[in-house]
Design a protein around this ligand. Structure first.
Ligand code: ADP
Length: 255
């Protein structure tokens, strides 16, 4: 039996008095394509941010690729994670955000080569060669010299995907990557993600409101409400025959 690449055990996370995640557990198998759906505020983005170490957990355990993300004390408290350990763990994961987050003062090419050069010490020539392959894969090779401000939202997002791939992560996280785009630009980004899903064995977690895409893309869909997984299953089961009342009423509103 292969081991899960992501193992989350009973994690909780509060922002002030608001409990975003409540004893959440989930597993993701290597290569699995997962869609996280559910109402706004149900904690989906927070899970991705926690995996990317952009947010800390209050309690619980997370193992990624066989290694604890954080070291825990016996009493369950977090030991302040060693920055070198976190940097290494982050290299296993690429994340694409809703709002692109490209470095505005750098060319497309420099955006993509930066992380491999800084965090892995890849020489510029090798980093550029790989970056050009990735930009070609997302259809952005001829814009390598352009600055982010010269690009459309869909183009920026495709560059952001190439940048996230530059460290050859085992896991890719996509956080509502099309929700800030004009409708006519959504498809070009979804096409890149379809291609990635078809051509690589990366594990992918997708938070999305695009239910049609979630249905086609995912091996498994998790429906979240109030920091908990209310229902999970194959896309056809969740979208066509949801069992839980909360899933049914959510899908009725959104589809
Ligand atoms: P979802 O992705 O399901 O819409 P989120 O994980 O983004 O939900 O957020 C869950 C809740 O946590 C929201 O109500 C949000 O306002 C709150 N929240 C998220 N991040 C922070 C933060 N850094 N500080 C305070 N509240 C936050």
């Amino acid at each position: 039996m292969p081991q899960p690449i992501i193992q989350i055990d009973a994690i909780s996370k509060s922002f002030g008095a608001f409990k975003v995640l409540d004893q959440l557990s989930m597993q993701v198998m290597p290569g699995e394509k997962l869609a996280l759906i559910g109402p706004s505020g149900s904690g989906k983005t927070t899970i991705l941010r926690i995996l990317m170490t952009l947010e800390r957990i209050d309690s619980g355990h997370i193992t990624i690729d066989g290694e604890q993300l954080y070291h825990m004390e016996r009493n369950g408290g977090l030991i302040d994670a060693d920055e070198r350990h976190l940097t290494r763990m982050r290299q296993k994961i690429g994340m694409v955000f809703q709002l692109f987050n490209l470095f505005p003062h750098m060319s497309v090419l420099d955006n993509v080569v930066l992380a491999p050069m800084l965090t892995k010490g890849v020489p510029r020539a090798a980093a550029e060669k790989r970056a050009m392959e990735l930009l070609d894969m997302v259809g952005m090779a001829e814009k390598a010299k352009a600055m982010p401000a010269e690009l459309s939202g869909g183009q920026k997002q495709r560059v952001a995907i190439a940048r996230a791939l530059a460290l050859s992560p085992k896991i890719m996280l996509f956080d509502e990557v099309t929700s800030a785009l004009d409708p006519e630009l959504v498809e070009e980004v979804l096409n890149v993600m379809r291609k990635l899903a078809a051509e690589t064995d990366m594990t992918m977690l997708l938070v999305t409101h695009e239910m049609g895409f979630a249905h086609d893309f995912a091996d498994r869909v998790l429906f979240f409400d109030r920091g908990r997984i209310v229902e999970e299953g194959k896309p056809d089961d969740i979208f066509r025959h949801p069992k839980q009342e909360r899933t049914q009423s959510f899908l009725k509103k959104i589809i």
